[in-house]
Design a protein around this ligand. Structure first.
Ligand code: GKR
Ligand code: MG
Length: 421
């Protein structure tokens, strides 16, 4: 066996505290769950990956992991083949949040992506080069992120308020934006909508425009609106939004909206795999695709997506779910190496205070992260923190993300059906 062959894979589910962030289908539970992957090579190099922690996904990761012993970390094509063969057409049931439909191909790509990142981390460590070099080299040294605002309760029921407090109206949203921009220096702002009736959310965006006239703004109601409502909102926010994200469900609905509103439409819901792109382009449904290496199949498949976007003159941004530092490092390396990833990326980073990595590498300055320069992803696992967050996972009882079920446990009459307005 050469030194770069895999001798073991460890998958550790973890849970970290998450505030009560509201969205179109419910509210975040007190803990977000993730899985941390450690792929160890024969000479003891450990490659790190991070992905969803939902129970079905963990099972699929475990099945694939069993077959990876002996595979070379440089042979990610072989890793991809093992994923497809092992999962043999199974389709994941969970949506890991609001990220659109799932196919068998998408299920395999979701599993492969975290192994690919771990293999790239190991490759970089073996070669003494950052992952950005393995992706063709960084075209930018710093990667900008956006402030990701949420309507939210002050606290989970029975808990003390978190540092951001309540935000249930335009004034609360502006206050949240001020706190986040002051701490991180973000130079773009996204509001998660689909929570209140559209008038309130339009007013929140207008209040943000007045408070931050120089910053690009985005609104994402996660398909909570009908086509006519989306058109009305889009027209009212003409000249105010950088892009409007997933106002309504499906490619046909988005195309109908796109024909009538002045701003670009973006998506992480109706175009979530390569098989969706042809129809979306034919119909003119979207102008910006939010990539996400966790479900597009890893960093290199995300680079292919970027190439396709430039071919069809589509913009490219990046989607986020609640995540930890291994994912943030992977997102940053990817963004550093993609010429046309020019929008400030989404991140849920400000919403958490716990992590599994040693602090000090991923520090925001002026809303941007310096691309880590150490070997691989450039971040180091904090084993005590990993153990602590794993114990938290065991104790917290959350085994799959379900924002609707949690909200209904608090408000039994809550109806998560969309489109709602
Ligand atoms: O964290 O509630 C959330 C978001 O709504 C997330 O689940 C979405 O997938 O951020 C995402 C988006 O842009 O749609
Ligand atoms: Mg979105």
């Amino acid at each position: 066996m050469s030194a770069s062959r895999i001798v073991s894979v460890r998958i550790t589910p973890v849970a970290f505290a998450d505030p009560p962030l509201l969205n179109a289908v419910g509210v975040h539970e007190p803990y977000a769950i993730r899985a941390v992957l450690e792929v160890t090579t024969e000479d003891g190099v450990v490659g790190l990956g991070e992905t969803y922690g939902d129970v079905g996904h963990l099972e699929r990761l475990g099945l694939v992991a069993e077959g990876l012993r002996g595979v070379d970390v440089f042979d990610t094509n072989a890793v991809a083949r093992r994923c497809v063969e092992t999962l043999s057409g199974s389709v994941g049931a969970d949506r890991h949040g609001l990220t659109g439909h799932i196919t068998a191909t998408g299920t395999a790509l979701r599993v492969f992506s975290s192994f690919e990142v771990a293999c790239l981390d190991a490759q970089g460590k073996l070669l003494g080069r950052p992952v950005s070099d393995l992706l063709g080299g960084a075209v930018r040294e710093r990667v900008p992120y956006s402030a990701y605002l949420f309507y939210k309760w002050a606290a989970h029921p029975g808990a003390s308020p978190d540092r951001y407090g309540e935000a249930l109206d335009p004034a609360g949203i502006v206050e949240q934006a001020r706190a986040m921009v002051a701490t991180y220096g973000f130079s773009a702002i996204k509001l998660k909508g689909g929570v209140f009736e559209p008038r309130q959310e339009i007013d929140a965006v207008l209040a943000l425009r007045d408070a931050f006239p120089a910053l690009p703004l985005r609104l994402d109601p996660n398909a909570a609106w009908s086509v006519p409502t989306s058109i009305a909102v889009g027209r009212e926010l003409a000249g105010v939004l950088e892009y409007l994200e997933d106002p309504t469900p499906g490619i046909a609905g988005m195309a109908a909206v796109a024909r009538e509103v002045p701003m670009p439409l973006a998506t992480n819901m109706c175009v979530v795999g390569f098989e969706d792109i042809a129809e979306a382009v034919r119909e003119g449904a979207v102008s910006v695709i939010l990539s996400d290496h966790h479900y597009w199949g890893g960093l290199r498949e995300s680079q292919s997506l970027a190439r396709i976007c430039s071919t069809f003159d589509l913009g490219l941004s990046m989607h986020s779910n609640s995540h930890l530092g291994i994912s943030l490092a992977a997102m940053t390396h990817l963004a550093s190496a993609v010429t046309n990833l020019t929008y400030a990326l989404d991140t849920h980073w400000p919403w958490k205070h716990e992590d599994v990595i040693v602090p000090g590498v991923l520090d925001f300055v002026d809303g941007a992260l310096a691309v880590p320069t150490g070997p691989g992803l450039g971040v180091e696992l904090d084993r005590d923190a990993l153990a602590r967050l794993h114990e938290q996972y065991v104790a917290c009882g959350v085994r799959e993300r379900n924002d609707s079920r949690y909200r209904q446990s608090i408000e039994p009459t809550y109806d998560p059906s969309v489109p709602r307005w």
